[in-house]
Design a protein around this ligand. Structure first.
Ligand SMILES: [Zn+2]
Length: 178
């Protein structure tokens, strides 16, 4: 009888521990991650990272946009402008609307993809090594939502010598005074 009571007590404490562990895991996944970005106003501050499930992204992106930005797809070269080329403004992340590039740094690279020699702010994009397709490339992601934007190469024009080769579907353009 005594051993039965001890056993049931043990089981109970095991169950409580398990419940506590589940609660802990839930808490960790709910922790908000902050990242440093530069807003359109020029103010640099920590903001909450945009984290969504595929289902949630699927509701706000077209299937093609989803494929490019969330599945690291590549647009076909189009040789057309996101704006009409002469317009002054800002290029934003299609997924989270963070300013990523300006028309000031846009140039014609003759590759068929929108090309920029520098980002709106170094805070707003991040590079990671991409070893796909038997190449070593520097992939460019949006800092706030991790959207795949394109790649950066070291064959760009002055003053940086960089070529941010972006996908059309990763960016949206708004005419703005900059
Ligand atoms: Zn983004």
């Amino acid at each position: 009888m005594k051993s039965k009571i001890i056993k049931s007590k043990r089981t109970k404490s095991k169950r409580i521990k398990k419940e506590r562990d589940i609660k802990k895991t839930k808490k960790i996944s709910n922790i908000m991650v902050n990242v440093l970005v530069t807003l359109e106003s020029g103010v640099t501050k920590k903001v909450r990272k945009v984290i969504k499930s595929d289902l949630e992204w699927g509701k706000i992106l077209t299937p093609h946009e989803f494929e490019i930005t969330r599945r690291k797809g590549t647009d076909k070269p189009r040789f057309e402008n996101l704006s009409d080329g002469s317009k002054v403004g800002i290029y934003y992340c299609k997924c989270c609307n963070l300013p990523l590039f300006t028309s000031k740094a846009k140039y014609e690279s003759n590759t068929g993809w929108p090309s920029f020699y520098e980002p709106f702010s170094k805070n707003n994009v991040k590079n990671v090594k991409d070893y796909s397709q038997n190449m070593i490339r520097d992939e460019v992601l949006c800092t706030r939502c991790d959207a795949h934007l394109g790649h950066v190469f070291k064959d760009g024009p002055p003053p940086t010598g960089l070529r941010y080769c972006m996908n059309y579907e990763s960016l949206s353009f708004k005419e703005k005074r900059i």
